[in-house]
Design a protein around this ligand. Structure first.
Ligand code: GLN
Length: 491
């Protein structure tokens, strides 16, 4: 009898099989480390691989099982961490030269919770520098590639995490989502990606980009594994003042959508290209076949979301990145002779173009003469968007939209920054309004690249939203597909 290769398992199945004694944690760790070793050069998904650390943890887990101690809900599951979250004593580079030598002195809460549930941390994943980008092309190190077509982007900024899960180099990965950085790469790589309600997962130990928008969430190969990870990391944390003080929830999974109303912002979606439109309509048909009713809602105000986001996110980024002064963290320019030169030259050498551009934009919109015209006005429009969503949710349980205007595009093919920023038109609204949103694989386009459906729920409705996504997944059975290039046997 041929055995199922370990990378075909879901996280839940792998845990089960470890608990039953079918595999040791060390065998699992060695298997996935080998896959990473075989494929990472091609894929560029990991910036660092934590092999020795992972094997030590695996040995400890095997002893734990041998002594019949209780095993965590992610026991022996390989999990990758986006490299803007701290693992104590390991490098957190944020995809930036600035932090190439920065070792985290403490552990991010999300990482601690994953380790407490016995996950095996595989390594730190590639990203656009400081999570600013939609294609991974702004990583200061190297590009991550899309496992379905290595000439295409895996999306960004959490492209490394999405690629790692899609190619099954890890079964779960963490991402951070400020304007779509979990959902868009998940959609591009054909995996599930989840941005929880703002405050559901602690941001403690996540390097801040836009603090009022940032949220940590998981990538996985199934909605069930997303639920498993959310049960682990979706907890109150006193170290993050915006953490929701709610009891941890358990995520039961449904298979139908009876009595569920799905809102469609038709007008906002009217510029979709014909292929994307047809695909989206087919997705709606599936939701209806599961018992949902679709209703039209008005979210026209979302057409301003890119403008509002690039004012607020850059304003917050310029404030957050002021801490990189060449003194406290990471790089210090060798030629600097005066204090001003320490700031200037360290930033000049350490930051890439996109980060510099955003710091300048953010500083501009916050400057005395322009604050009212830009920053304050953007805050007002953000409030109007929150109100529009509130109104929409009076007549529906969730909103459906595509994840992105198209499937993954070829690397280096988008040179106009505005066109790149438009990538996020459908994902940014959930960040501006603090809403939970999930990206589920929904099929393939004519180029055979994955497409995703996005469902957005009201604040705090993480559990029902994941249930709806599960129902869609069960009907479509698209989440377990493995990119052919990465489905060879691991010797
Ligand atoms: N692509 C968006 C940006 O460049 C979102 C990034 C993110 O969510 N971290 O800002």
């Amino acid at each position: 009898m041929t055995q199922t290769p370990l990378h075909h398992f879901s996280a839940a199945q792998l845990r089960e099989s470890f608990v039953k004694g079918e595999y040791t944690a060390v065998a699992i760790a060695e298997y996935f480390l080998k896959r990473i070793e075989q494929h990472n050069q091609q894929l560029g998904a990991f910036l660092s691989i934590l092999g020795p650390r992972m094997l030590l943890k695996a040995e400890a887990l095997d002893r734990k099982r041998a002594h019949n101690k209780p095993l965590g809900r992610l026991a022996a599951v390989p999990v990758a961490i986006k490299d803007n979250m701290h693992i104590a004593q390991e490098i957190t580079s944020c995809g930036s030269k600035f932090l190439h030598n920065y070792r985290a002195p403490f552990e991010a809460t999300a990482v601690r919770l994953l380790e407490e549930e016995d996950a095996l941390i595989t390594g730190k994943t590639n990203l656009d520098e400081f999570a600013m980008g939609s294609s991974n092309e702004h990583s200061a190190y190297f590009n991550a590639h899309n496992p379905w077509d290595l000439g295409c982007t895996p999306g960004g900024s959490s492209g490394g995490s999405a690629a790692a899960v899609s190619a099954r180099l890890s079964l779960i990965a963490t991402g951070s989502d400020t304007g779509g950085s979990i959902r868009q790469p998940a959609g591009f790589c054909g995996v599930v990606g989840y941005k929880p309600t703002y405050g559901r997962v602690s941001r403690y130990g996540l390097v801040a980009f836009g603090s009022s928008l940032d949220q940590i969430g998981p990538f996985a190969t199934s909605v069930e594994d997303i639920a498993l990870t959310m049960e682990t990391i979706g907890r109150h944390c006193p170290l993050d003042s915006t953490s929701l003080d709610l009891p941890a929830e358990s995520y039961h999974l449904g298979t139908d959508l009876k009595d569920i109303k799905i809102g469609i912002p038709r007008h906002f979606l009217e510029n979709l290209k014909p292929e994307a439109k047809k695909h989206f309509e087919d997705n709606l048909q599936i939701l209806r076949s599961l018992g949902a009713t679709t209703v039209d809602i008005n979210l026209d105000i979302l057409k301003y979301s890119i403008a509002v986001y690039y004012i607020l996110a850059t304003a917050e980024a310029s404030t957050n990145l002021a801490r990189f002064d060449g003194i406290r963290y990471g790089l210090r320019a060798k030629d600097a002779k005066t204090l001003d030169e320490v700031y200037e030259l360290s930033r000049k050498e350490g930051f890439g173009r996109e980060v510099k551009k955003r710091i300048m934009l953010g500083t501009y919109v916050l400057s005395a003469g322009y604050q009212d015209a830009f920053y304050k006005k953007a805050q007002k429009v953000r409030t109007l968007m929150i109100e529009a969503f509130d109104q929409a949710f009076a007549s529906c349980d969730a909103v459906a939209m595509p994840v992105a205007p198209s499937s993954a595009f070829p690397l280096q093919s988008i040179n106009d920054p505005l066109e790149m920023y438009l990538q996020d038109i459908f994902t940014i609204p959930a960040n501006l309004a603090g809403l939970p949103a999930i990206s589920v694989p929904s099929g393939f386009d004519a180029r055979n690249m994955p497409l995703g459906l996005q469902l957005i729920g009201p604040q705090m409705c993480d559990v029902p939203l994941i249930q709806y996504a599960h129902a869609f997944e069960q009907a479509t059975q698209l989440t377990r597909k493995i990119p052919p290039l990465f489905d060879g046997l691991t010797s």
